[in-house]
Design a protein around this ligand. Structure first.
Ligand SMILES: O=C(O)CCCC[C@@H]1SC[C@@H]2NC(=O)N[C@@H]21
Length: 251
Protein backbone atom coordinates (compact mmCIF):
# COMPACT_ATOMS: atom_id res chain seq x y z
CA UNK A 1 0.00 0.00 0.00
CA UNK A 2 1.26 3.52 -0.73
CA UNK A 3 -0.05 6.84 0.45
CA UNK A 4 -0.38 10.27 -1.13
CA UNK A 5 -1.59 13.62 0.17
CA UNK A 6 -5.12 12.18 0.03
CA UNK A 7 -6.29 8.60 0.11
CA UNK A 8 -4.44 5.32 0.02
CA UNK A 9 -3.88 2.75 -2.66
CA UNK A 10 -6.74 0.24 -2.41
CA UNK A 11 -6.03 -3.29 -1.28
CA UNK A 12 -6.29 -5.95 -3.95
CA UNK A 13 -5.44 -3.60 -6.85
CA UNK A 14 -2.13 -3.39 -8.71
CA UNK A 15 -0.63 -0.34 -10.39
CA UNK A 16 1.69 0.07 -13.37
CA UNK A 17 3.08 3.50 -14.29
CA UNK A 18 4.58 3.90 -17.77
CA UNK A 19 6.37 6.90 -19.22
CA UNK A 20 4.85 6.53 -22.67
CA UNK A 21 2.57 4.08 -24.46
CA UNK A 22 0.41 4.09 -27.58
CA UNK A 23 -2.80 3.87 -25.53
CA UNK A 24 -3.39 2.55 -22.03
CA UNK A 25 -6.41 0.74 -23.57
CA UNK A 26 -4.11 -1.15 -25.95
CA UNK A 27 -1.65 -1.85 -23.15
CA UNK A 28 -4.52 -3.19 -21.02
CA UNK A 29 -5.59 -5.51 -23.86
CA UNK A 30 -2.02 -6.77 -24.22
CA UNK A 31 -1.73 -7.50 -20.49
CA UNK A 32 -5.29 -8.67 -19.81
CA UNK A 33 -4.60 -12.41 -20.00
CA UNK A 34 -1.62 -12.30 -17.64
CA UNK A 35 -2.84 -10.08 -14.79
CA UNK A 36 -3.59 -11.75 -11.46
CA UNK A 37 -5.52 -8.86 -9.89
CA UNK A 38 -7.36 -5.74 -11.08
CA UNK A 39 -4.63 -3.48 -12.44
CA UNK A 40 -4.51 0.26 -13.07
CA UNK A 41 -2.23 1.09 -16.00
CA UNK A 42 -1.22 4.74 -16.07
CA UNK A 43 0.94 6.44 -18.70
CA UNK A 44 2.46 9.88 -18.47
CA UNK A 45 1.93 10.28 -22.20
CA UNK A 46 0.04 8.37 -24.89
CA UNK A 47 0.84 8.53 -28.58
CA UNK A 48 -2.42 7.07 -29.92
CA UNK A 49 -5.05 7.66 -27.25
CA UNK A 50 -8.61 6.97 -28.22
CA UNK A 51 -11.97 8.31 -27.12
CA UNK A 52 -15.53 7.13 -27.50
CA UNK A 53 -16.96 6.42 -30.96
CA UNK A 54 -13.49 6.16 -32.50
CA UNK A 55 -12.60 9.77 -31.74
CA UNK A 56 -8.98 10.58 -30.95
CA UNK A 57 -8.24 11.74 -27.38
CA UNK A 58 -5.79 14.59 -27.12
CA UNK A 59 -3.20 14.15 -24.37
CA UNK A 60 -1.22 17.17 -23.20
CA UNK A 61 1.35 16.39 -20.48
CA UNK A 62 0.27 16.67 -16.87
CA UNK A 63 -3.16 15.14 -17.44
CA UNK A 64 -4.26 11.72 -16.17
CA UNK A 65 -4.27 8.79 -18.60
CA UNK A 66 -5.22 5.54 -16.94
CA UNK A 67 -7.01 2.26 -17.60
CA UNK A 68 -8.25 -0.24 -15.05
CA UNK A 69 -8.23 -3.77 -16.46
CA UNK A 70 -9.89 -6.65 -14.64
CA UNK A 71 -12.24 -9.57 -14.97
CA UNK A 72 -15.58 -8.41 -13.56
CA UNK A 73 -17.14 -11.90 -13.80
CA UNK A 74 -20.04 -10.26 -15.59
CA UNK A 75 -22.10 -10.32 -18.76
CA UNK A 76 -21.37 -7.56 -21.28
CA UNK A 77 -24.45 -5.65 -20.06
CA UNK A 78 -23.38 -5.86 -16.40
CA UNK A 79 -19.80 -4.98 -17.29
CA UNK A 80 -21.00 -1.87 -19.15
CA UNK A 81 -22.50 -0.49 -15.93
CA UNK A 82 -18.94 0.15 -14.74
CA UNK A 83 -19.00 3.45 -16.61
CA UNK A 84 -21.37 4.74 -13.91
CA UNK A 85 -19.08 3.49 -11.14
CA UNK A 86 -16.17 5.26 -12.83
CA UNK A 87 -18.18 8.48 -13.19
CA UNK A 88 -19.16 8.40 -9.49
CA UNK A 89 -15.54 7.80 -8.50
CA UNK A 90 -14.34 10.65 -10.72
CA UNK A 91 -16.92 12.97 -9.20
CA UNK A 92 -15.70 12.18 -5.70
CA UNK A 93 -12.03 12.50 -6.62
CA UNK A 94 -12.49 15.83 -8.43
CA UNK A 95 -14.65 17.21 -5.59
CA UNK A 96 -11.52 17.18 -3.42
CA UNK A 97 -10.04 19.89 -5.63
CA UNK A 98 -13.01 22.00 -6.77
CA UNK A 99 -16.40 22.81 -5.20
CA UNK A 100 -18.75 19.91 -5.88
CA UNK A 101 -21.44 22.34 -7.13
CA UNK A 102 -19.25 22.98 -10.18
CA UNK A 103 -19.22 19.29 -11.12
CA UNK A 104 -21.90 17.32 -12.98
CA UNK A 105 -22.17 13.91 -14.63
CA UNK A 106 -23.28 13.83 -18.25
CA UNK A 107 -24.84 10.63 -19.54
CA UNK A 108 -23.43 8.23 -20.44
CA UNK A 109 -19.92 8.85 -19.16
CA UNK A 110 -18.48 12.36 -19.10
CA UNK A 111 -17.70 14.58 -16.16
CA UNK A 112 -18.40 18.28 -16.55
CA UNK A 113 -16.69 21.06 -14.62
CA UNK A 114 -18.27 24.50 -14.87
CA UNK A 115 -20.11 23.16 -17.93
CA UNK A 116 -16.97 22.01 -19.79
CA UNK A 117 -15.73 18.44 -20.22
CA UNK A 118 -13.01 17.70 -17.68
CA UNK A 119 -12.97 13.90 -17.90
CA UNK A 120 -14.03 11.11 -20.22
CA UNK A 121 -14.50 7.39 -19.76
CA UNK A 122 -14.07 4.67 -22.36
CA UNK A 123 -15.03 1.02 -21.81
CA UNK A 124 -13.66 -1.89 -23.83
CA UNK A 125 -14.07 -5.61 -23.23
CA UNK A 126 -13.39 -8.96 -24.80
CA UNK A 127 -15.00 -12.38 -24.65
CA UNK A 128 -17.02 -14.82 -26.74
CA UNK A 129 -19.13 -16.50 -24.06
CA UNK A 130 -21.92 -15.16 -21.82
CA UNK A 131 -19.33 -13.42 -19.60
CA UNK A 132 -16.63 -10.99 -20.64
CA UNK A 133 -13.05 -12.28 -20.30
CA UNK A 134 -11.84 -8.85 -19.25
CA UNK A 135 -13.03 -5.28 -19.04
CA UNK A 136 -10.99 -2.11 -19.45
CA UNK A 137 -12.21 1.14 -17.89
CA UNK A 138 -10.19 3.93 -19.49
CA UNK A 139 -10.19 7.35 -17.88
CA UNK A 140 -8.76 10.60 -19.14
CA UNK A 141 -8.80 13.63 -16.85
CA UNK A 142 -7.72 17.11 -17.92
CA UNK A 143 -5.87 17.97 -14.75
CA UNK A 144 -3.38 20.58 -15.88
CA UNK A 145 -4.12 21.34 -19.53
CA UNK A 146 -7.11 21.93 -21.76
CA UNK A 147 -6.61 19.80 -24.89
CA UNK A 148 -6.43 21.76 -28.13
CA UNK A 149 -8.11 20.88 -31.40
CA UNK A 150 -11.03 19.00 -29.89
CA UNK A 151 -13.89 18.85 -32.35
CA UNK A 152 -16.70 17.67 -30.03
CA UNK A 153 -18.09 21.20 -30.09
CA UNK A 154 -21.08 20.89 -27.77
CA UNK A 155 -18.96 20.48 -24.64
CA UNK A 156 -15.75 22.42 -24.91
CA UNK A 157 -12.99 20.82 -22.87
CA UNK A 158 -11.80 22.42 -19.68
CA UNK A 159 -9.24 21.42 -17.07
CA UNK A 160 -9.07 21.35 -13.31
CA UNK A 161 -6.46 24.10 -13.38
CA UNK A 162 -8.38 26.25 -15.88
CA UNK A 163 -11.47 26.02 -13.69
CA UNK A 164 -9.61 27.26 -10.63
CA UNK A 165 -8.63 23.94 -9.08
CA UNK A 166 -5.31 23.08 -7.51
CA UNK A 167 -2.35 21.71 -9.38
CA UNK A 168 -2.56 17.94 -8.98
CA UNK A 169 0.07 15.34 -9.68
CA UNK A 170 -1.47 12.64 -11.94
CA UNK A 171 -0.12 9.81 -9.78
CA UNK A 172 -1.64 11.37 -6.65
CA UNK A 173 -4.93 11.77 -8.49
CA UNK A 174 -4.83 8.15 -9.59
CA UNK A 175 -4.46 7.03 -5.96
CA UNK A 176 -7.57 8.97 -4.97
CA UNK A 177 -9.49 7.79 -8.01
CA UNK A 178 -8.49 4.14 -7.56
CA UNK A 179 -9.59 4.25 -3.93
CA UNK A 180 -12.93 5.85 -4.84
CA UNK A 181 -13.43 3.30 -7.63
CA UNK A 182 -12.72 0.38 -5.30
CA UNK A 183 -15.41 1.74 -2.96
CA UNK A 184 -17.86 1.82 -5.88
CA UNK A 185 -17.12 -1.84 -6.64
CA UNK A 186 -17.78 -2.66 -2.96
CA UNK A 187 -21.09 -0.78 -3.15
CA UNK A 188 -22.07 -2.65 -6.31
CA UNK A 189 -21.27 -5.97 -4.67
CA UNK A 190 -23.15 -5.22 -1.45
CA UNK A 191 -26.11 -3.12 -2.61
CA UNK A 192 -26.45 -3.69 -6.35
CA UNK A 193 -26.59 -1.25 -9.26
CA UNK A 194 -29.61 0.55 -7.75
CA UNK A 195 -27.32 2.29 -5.26
CA UNK A 196 -24.75 3.23 -7.93
CA UNK A 197 -27.54 4.61 -10.06
CA UNK A 198 -28.92 6.70 -7.18
CA UNK A 199 -25.46 8.18 -6.54
CA UNK A 200 -25.05 8.94 -10.24
CA UNK A 201 -28.52 10.54 -10.53
CA UNK A 202 -27.83 12.75 -7.49
CA UNK A 203 -25.06 14.44 -9.50
CA UNK A 204 -26.51 14.20 -13.02
CA UNK A 205 -26.40 17.21 -15.33
CA UNK A 206 -29.78 18.51 -16.54
CA UNK A 207 -31.99 15.96 -14.82
CA UNK A 208 -35.59 17.15 -15.36
CA UNK A 209 -34.59 19.42 -18.26
CA UNK A 210 -35.27 19.03 -21.96
CA UNK A 211 -32.23 17.50 -23.65
CA UNK A 212 -31.47 15.90 -27.02
CA UNK A 213 -29.90 12.48 -27.50
CA UNK A 214 -28.27 11.94 -30.89
CA UNK A 215 -28.09 8.24 -31.72
CA UNK A 216 -26.35 7.03 -34.87
CA UNK A 217 -29.60 7.41 -36.79
CA UNK A 218 -31.82 10.07 -35.17
CA UNK A 219 -32.21 12.86 -32.63
CA UNK A 220 -34.57 12.24 -29.70
CA UNK A 221 -35.61 15.28 -27.65
CA UNK A 222 -37.44 14.99 -24.35
CA UNK A 223 -37.34 15.58 -20.61
CA UNK A 224 -34.42 13.78 -18.97
CA UNK A 225 -36.43 11.64 -16.52
CA UNK A 226 -33.94 9.10 -15.17
CA UNK A 227 -31.59 6.29 -16.08
CA UNK A 228 -33.16 2.84 -15.86
CA UNK A 229 -31.91 -0.31 -14.12
CA UNK A 230 -29.70 -1.09 -17.13
CA UNK A 231 -28.20 2.40 -17.34
CA UNK A 232 -30.26 3.47 -20.36
CA UNK A 233 -31.15 7.14 -20.67
CA UNK A 234 -34.92 7.63 -20.23
CA UNK A 235 -36.44 10.66 -21.97
CA UNK A 236 -40.11 11.60 -21.76
CA UNK A 237 -41.01 12.54 -25.30
CA UNK A 238 -44.27 13.68 -26.88
CA UNK A 239 -45.09 10.02 -27.52
CA UNK A 240 -44.14 8.73 -24.05
CA UNK A 241 -40.99 7.42 -22.31
CA UNK A 242 -38.11 6.45 -24.56
CA UNK A 243 -35.12 4.42 -23.30
CA UNK A 244 -31.88 5.06 -25.18
CA UNK A 245 -28.91 2.71 -24.90
CA UNK A 246 -26.26 4.69 -26.78
CA UNK A 247 -26.14 8.30 -27.91
CA UNK A 248 -24.39 11.63 -27.54
CA UNK A 249 -26.34 14.06 -25.41
CA UNK A 250 -26.78 17.79 -26.09
CA UNK A 251 -28.26 20.40 -23.77
O1 LIG B 1 -14.27 9.99 -25.50
C1 LIG B 1 -14.16 10.03 -24.27
O2 LIG B 1 -14.71 10.90 -23.61
C2 LIG B 1 -13.37 8.96 -23.54
C3 LIG B 1 -11.94 9.35 -23.43
C4 LIG B 1 -11.09 8.30 -22.74
C5 LIG B 1 -9.63 8.67 -22.77
C6 LIG B 1 -8.82 7.73 -21.92
S1 LIG B 1 -7.18 8.32 -21.60
C7 LIG B 1 -6.77 6.78 -20.91
C8 LIG B 1 -7.38 5.74 -21.81
N1 LIG B 1 -6.51 5.45 -22.94
C9 LIG B 1 -7.07 5.78 -24.10
O3 LIG B 1 -6.54 5.62 -25.22
N2 LIG B 1 -8.29 6.31 -23.88
C10 LIG B 1 -8.63 6.33 -22.48
Amino acid sequence: MSTSAHGHWPEGYARVVLDSVDSTMSEAARRADSITKPTWIMAKTQTAARGRRGRPWVVPSGNLNATLVFNPGATPAEAAKRSFLAANALYQALAIYVPAEKLALKWPNDVLLSGGKVAGILLESSGQGPFVDWLSVGIGVNLRHVPEGVTEASFAPTSLMAAGGWEVDPEDFLTILADAYATQEDKLRHFGFERIRDDWLANAARLGDVITARTGTKDVTGIFDTIDKDGNLVLITGTGPCAIAAADVFF
